[in-house]
Design a protein around this ligand. Structure first.
Ligand SMILES: Cc1ncc(C[n+]2csc(CCOP(=O)(O)OP(=O)(O)O)c2C)c(N)n1
Ligand code: SF4
Length: 402
């Protein structure tokens, strides 16, 4: 039986905390409308974000979500997509997040043409940190970080950058036109390949230059002017119109789309046998059930720990997996410099703590120091997302704020 989802199914119980009038409300609405129109199953949608006002978006929809760290939403999303290419992976974030600190990931995700939809809420400012210049701030604009002469650098143009980097669906929306934006998002989600929707989303609190009125006076619809989105040269010509050539006309709509380029998932040999989350790992632990999925690989580390960290009795192959999991957790510990709270000197204490977080409630972390709780909670959140994405149809929320 095919289920029918109401619009409200996708809404979460958490209400946005954005300033009244923030452009991000329109982007949220456009995304919700798009996934409703496509009738996507909420448990097959993962929304990943970085850090910023805009990056709070995954909390407000009732799908899977992962609130990652500043500029690192795309690598997390790529990991989720490669672990399970059957998921619809959508990334949301700000211009600072995606075109500033995360710009390297942005370029590489596009050249891979990985099948992810990326919505950038471009307000041309850092909103969350109260109004510093961002990579898309207009030249000359005075901001908290450029109070004297204004911005002296040229802005990044995400549309040209996306075209040059290999994105196969490149569009620009505007929060003053939710209907148009939701069409762009819907088509971006159904597109087979990397899609960028650069959403001009005014920050009503800190950007007094690029306001709704600024855009309303300048935007025009590419489709109405006969632009052919299959023509890459024409797309480049339209892309450079704003902000490079002039400031009076801003094209909106679809600049470029091609379905002729294979995605990373199409070409990656490891995916030929199907989604890795469904693949057996081929590891059997003596006296235990076999390790037959990525999810149970995570439990595998717990098994190692519950065996007192004693690795004797494990096969060489078991060791490899054991070491892989341990190393990852150990690195976290080394970075944080955490003392092990209950087993002196035992690296695997942290492993143990992470397992505790994963298996139970946040209360499991309380015996740790506040730094440990932070680290524990982070590991816990990533871990939950990794396992729940593959296994459980329940929502993932993290309480981390960086
Ligand atoms: C590695 C790192 N550097 C800096 C910050 C501080 N920081 C948090 S949000 C933010 C900028 C947010 O701007 P943007 O991504 O444009 O999102 P907006 O708040 O405007 O939606 C910065 C610099 C951080 N959290 N992590
Ligand atoms: S500060 Fe700006 S970007 Fe952040 S919620 Fe307020 S209006 Fe939106």
């Amino acid at each position: 039986m095919k289920l029918e989802f109401e619009m409200d199914t996708y809404k979460s119980e958490i209400k946005p905390t954005w300033c009244p009038g923030c452009g991000d409300f329109a982007v949220l609405r456009a995304l919700q409308t798009a996934i409703h129109a496509l009738q996507l199953e909420p448990w097959n949608v993962v929304i990943v974000s970085g850090i910023g006002c805009s990056s709070n978006l995954p909390h407000f929809l009732s799908t899977y979500g992962f609130h990652a760290i500043h500029g690192r939403a795309l690598p997390v999303a790529e990991g989720a997509k490669l672990a399970n290419p059957e998921l619809h992976v959508i990334v949301t974030g700000g211009d600072g997040d995606g075109y500033g600190i995360g710009v390297g990931h942005f370029i590489h995700a596009m050249r891979r043409n990985i099948d992810i939809t990326y919505l950038v809420m471009n307000n041309q400012i850092y909103g969350l940190t109260t109004g510093q210049a961002s990579p898309t701030s207009e030249k000359g604009m005075k901001t908290k970080s450029t109070p004297i002469a204004g911005v002296i650098e040229n802005p990044v143009d995400p549309i040209s950058l996306a075209l040059a980097s290999g994105a196969t669906y490149v569009a620009r929306g505007f929060s003053g036109d939710v209907k148009g934006m939701s069409e762009l998002v819907k088509n971006g989600i159904t597109h087979h390949g990397f899609s960028l929707i650069d959403c001009m989303s005014p920050c009503v609190t800190y950007n007094k230059v690029n306001t709704y009125d600024f855009f309303r006076e300048r935007v025009y619809d590419l489709a109405k002017e006969g632009h052919d989105p299959s023509d890459m040269k024409a797309a480049f010509a339209k892309a450079i119109e704003w902000p490079f050539v002039q400031r009076d006309r801003i094209p909106l709509g679809l600049f470029y789309r091609t379905e002729d380029v294979p995605t990373y998932e199409d070409l990656e040999p490891a995916l030929k046998k199907g989604p890795p989350v469904h693949q057996p790992l081929g590891v059997t632990l003596p006296g235990r059930a076999s390790i037959n999925s990525v999810g149970s690989m995570m439990s595998y580390a717990r098994i190692c720990r519950s065996r007192g960290g004693v690795r004797a009795g494990l096969s060489a192959e078991d060791h490899t997996h054991h070491n892989r999991v341990h190393r990852r957790v150990c690195v976290r510990r080394r970075i944080s410099g955490l003392p092990c709270p209950d087993v002196p000197g035992g690296v695997s204490t942290v492993v143990h703590r992470v397992r505790a977080c994963r298996g139970g409630s946040a209360g499991d972390c309380t015996p740790l120091s506040s730094e440990a709780v932070r680290t524990g909670a982070r590991a816990c959140a990533s871990h939950r997302a990794a396992t729940q994405i593959s296994r459980h149809p329940s929502r993932v929320r993290t309480n981390l704020r960086l």
